[in-house]
Every structure is written in structure tokens, then in C-alpha cells.
Write a protein that binds this ligand. Structure first.
Ligand SMILES: *Cc1c(COP(=O)(O)O)cnc(C)c1O
Length: 439
């Protein structure tokens, strides 16, 4: 359930009319609902009651500092995969003790930043990483709390590009080797074992792969304890899927997931950490765009809109489906036409939907992409020199810009000319500025 509904025939985010935002900011833009983010976080934390637990929002799904602050203020921890995400979480006021550092390629520099600023745990994914962490922490005179990310060799049966728990995926360490590696780690300076971690993939629509993986995790936990290690936390990763269409199958609810976790892992006495991203933010956001032109091709009818693959990459990258709805509610029985909805970028992959039934829209009409709150703005680029689009947060009847649209000048000003080039004709050589060699 979300808070993007028609009221008086107009799409609203909570109590804000989407047209009001569009008139103020222009299109395209992302719009998030504070009430939906809050509700989704609370569903997860309630689902895991009464087990001791921490819900760590996967920052990579939506890393806007205002979104992180909203969740952090509710009590959420954060799961980060880079120093940049770590610093965003800290800037949002989340204490280091609530931040988990995941990721397959942490650099020594990133380890230093997180150890210096405070960190709940590193989820370590390789032996060289373990050795580096031991060295960095020892140099700093502290102990790095860590869990090993084990790969349970479970097929999450999701899109290939977001499946992470099979033997052939690059993530984690083979579960059969975990006992040996924990034994080695226990002898290394600067390290403190706190638990075990796994994350088998994203957009899972079935609990069975989770249950199979967590069953292996329970067995490993018992073995590690027999080996004499202290395992106090189990990090279960994220990955619970969301409905991207209103009609098709419904993924499991957080409450079903919670019940399964209690059944499989509840008797181990561990604190449970989970790292949902998509399920918290996905349906808490929309992307609003307007129609530039409609065009009749030879065989097709095209709706060319002002959002493109650089703003929302998921359809081009994962063949993902997004429901696209008109901002003005169609009248009952209003005729629909099958259109291809495309962006202006010079790639055929810049296609959001093919043969989608839409009411007859004209230039200037607004459309909204549902389920765009996760892996939307964070994956945007400036491809085709299209400035990043703004993000807006709605709360009740208020809205606020939480990342503004850069001007063309700002975008151009990031580039600089080498000192050996003449400035373009008609421009004053900018003394000092033109000498800058790095930027
Ligand atoms: C991507 C990722 C998540 C979040 O996955 P969702 O499908 O968005 O819930 C959690 N943990 C790790 C380690 C990840 O890489």
C-alpha cells in the first residue's frame, strides 16, 4: 500500500497535488512519500518482534540524506556499500554503531573512514579483505567488529543481474569454507567476530530461497559456536520483492517473512539484522514526467516523454516493468490506445514500455511512474548531458525539494580545459581558473 492516490481526479502524493509540484519545479522529478517510507519501515520492525533486531536500510536503494534522516529518526540503522554512503548516513545523523558496511570491494581508505567515524560491523567478503581490515584496525589501535558474508549457493530465482547467492556469483565466501576462515580470523589481530552475514539477491518474490539459505545459516551458527566463536548477530541481508504491477502475483509480506525468520532462527538467541532497500523505498516514490510529443511511427504510436533512461535506468538495465499512469485520472470508459512510451535519449534501449494501454495524452500532459523510489534517482546519470533531476519529499500537505535540479551552467562548470588550450573565441581567459589541472 502506498500514498499515491487520485483525489478529485488528480494524482496526489499524500495531500499534495502532483500538478502543484510540477508547476513549481518543472518536470521530470522524483517524489517520495514520508508516510509510505515510515509505514514500510514499521512493517519490518514489527514483523521481527519480539526478536532483538535492527532494520538497516540499504542506502544504495535511495541515498538522499533527507530520506536517510527520516528513517534514522525512526530508529533504523543503515547498510552501506561505500564510504560515500557511509558519509551520507552519518550526515543524516545515524550513529556509527548503527551502520553496517557491506560490499565486495571495500578499499583500505574506506575501512579507515568507517573505523575512524565508528561502525557497527563490516561484512567481510574475502580473505584479502579480512587481512587488510586486520592490518588497518591494528594500525589504528582498535578492533574491527566483523561478520563474514557467506554464500549459501542458493538460487534466489530472480533476475540474473540481481542474484547474488549462487556459487558463481561474485559475492561472499563459500559457506563450506566459513569454519576455516573464522578459525583463521580468530587468530588475527585487530578483528572481533560478531556474527555471520548473507544476502542472496534482490526482488525475491518467494520465501523458499530465503528459508533454504537461513536454514544453512542456522546450522553454520551452531558449528561456529561449537568451534568456540561468539556469534551474537545474524545479518540476513535484504531482497524481499515488491509488486511492480497492481495485477500480477503478490510477493510475501514482511509479516510472513518475519514469521519464517522466527521459526528458522528464533531459538539461536541472536540479534537479527536485516537490510531491506527496495521494500522500504520502492513503492514510496514516483517519477513524474510530461509528454513532449506524441508521434505516429510507421507501425507504432509513440509517447515521447521528458524522462529518459538516464533518469530511471531500471527498464533499460533489467527489463523492469513500471506501471505508468496519467496524473489526471481517466474517466470511466475513456478509450485507451496502445503506445510505446520512450525517452529522448539516443538509444533504442531508452524505452519504458511497449504497447502500453494509455488514455489519449497530448503534449504537456503529466504521467507518473509508480514504484520508482528504489534504484531510481540513485542510478541516474547525466547521459546525453541531461542534468540530474530533482527529488521531492512530501509530508501530509507539504512538499520540500530534497535535491535540487542543477542549472546547465553548474553542469558545464564541472569540466575544465587544460592549461595548454586556448579558451573558446570571444571568452576572456580566466586567470587562475584556466590553470587548474585537476577537477
Ligand atoms: C542491495 C543490497 C541490499 C538491499 O536489497 P533490496 O533488494 O533492495 O532489499 C541489502 N544488502 C546488501 C548487501 C545489498 O547488496
Amino acid at each position: 500500500m502506498d500514498h499515491f492516490l487520485y483525489k478529485n481526479k488528480q494524482l496526489h502524493a499524500e495531500d499534495v497535488d502532483i500538478r502543484d509540484i510540477a508547476e513549481t519545479l518543472g518536470t521530470p522529478f522524483y517524489c517520495y512519500s514520508a508516510a509510505t517510507l515510515t509505514r514500510h519501515y514499521q512493517l519490518f520492525t514489527q514483523a521481527l518482534e519480539p526478536l532483538p533486531h535492527l532494520v538497516c536500510f540499504a542506502v544504495k536503494a535511495n541515498s538522499n540524506i533527507a530520506v536517510l534522516k527520516l528513517l534514522g529518526d525512526l530508529g533504523a540503522g543503515m547498510d552501506v556499500v561505500s564510504a560515500g554512503e557511509y558519509l551520507r548516513a552519518r550526515a543524516a545523523g545515524v550513529p556509527g554503531e548503527k551502520i553496517v558496511f557491506s560490499g565486495v570491494g571495500k578499499t583500505v581508505e574506506e575501512m579507515r573512514i568507517a573505523l575512524g567515524g565508528g561502525i557497527r560491523q563490516f561484512n567481510v567478503e574475502s580473505e584479502p579483505e579480512l587481512e587488510a581490515l586486520s592490518l588497518v584496525a591494528s594500525e589504528m589501535g582498535i578492533e574491527a567488529p566483523f561478520a563474514l558474508r557467506v554464500n549459501p549457493d542458493i538460487d534466489a530465482r530472480t533476475h540474473d543481474k540481481i542474484s547474488t547467492g549462487r556459487k558463481e556469483d561474485k559475492f561472499g565466501l563459500p559457506i563450506e569454507r566459513a569454519r576455516d576462515i573464522y578459525a583463521r580470523a580468530a587468530q588475527m589481530p585487530g578483528l572481533r567476530i560478531v556474527g555471520v552475514d548473507m544476502h542472496i539477491g534482490s526482488q525475491l518474490t518467494d520465501l523458499a530461497p530465503f528459508e533454504a539459505a537461513y536454514t544453512k545459516l542456522a546450522e553454520l551458527t551452531r558449528q561456529l559456536r561449537e568451534d568456540g566463536h561468539t556469534i551474537e548477530r545474524l545479518d540476513l541481508g535484504g531482497g524481499l520483492g515488491i509488486p511492480y504491477t497492481r495485477s500480477n502475483e503478490t510477493p510475501p509480506l514482511p509479516s510472513d517473512y518475519g514469521a519464517m525468520v522466527r521459526r528458522v532462527l528464533g531459538d539461536l538467541g541472536c540479534e537479527i539484522e536485516i537490510e531491506p532497500g527496495r521494500l522500504i523505498a520502492g513503492n514510496a516514490g514516483i517519477l513524474v514526467s510530461s509528454v513532449i510529443w506524441r508521434k505516429s511511427g510507421g507501425a507504432r504510436e509513440f509517447l515521447i516523454i521528458d524522462a529518459a533512461m538516464n533518469d530511471l535506468l531500471r527498464p533499460a538495465m533489467y527489463d523492469a516493468h513500471h506501471d505508468i499512469i496519467p496524473v489526471v485520472e481517466p474517466a470511466p470508459g475513456e478509450p485507451a490506445v496502445a503506445v510505446d512510451i520512450v525517452g529522448p535519449v539516443c538509444e533504442s534501449g531508452d524505452t519504458f514500455a511497449r504497447q502500453r494501454a494509455m488514455p489519449l495524452l497530448q503534449s504537456g500532459d503529466l504521467v507518473a511512474f509508480r514504484s520508482a523510489g528504489a534504484y531510481g534517482a540513485v542510478m541516474a546519470s547525466e547521459y546525453n548531458s541531461r542534468p540530474l533531476i530533482p527529488e521531492v519529499l512530501v509530508k501530509n500537505d507539504q512538499f520540500a525539494v530534497i535535491r535540487r535540479r542543477p542549472s546547465y551552467d553548474e553542469m558545464l562548470a564541472r569540466d575544465s580545459l587544460p592549461a595548454w588550450m586556448q579558451p573558446p573565441a570571444g571568452e576572456e581567459p580566466e586567470t587562475g581558473q584556466a590553470q587548474v589541472t585537476e577537477g
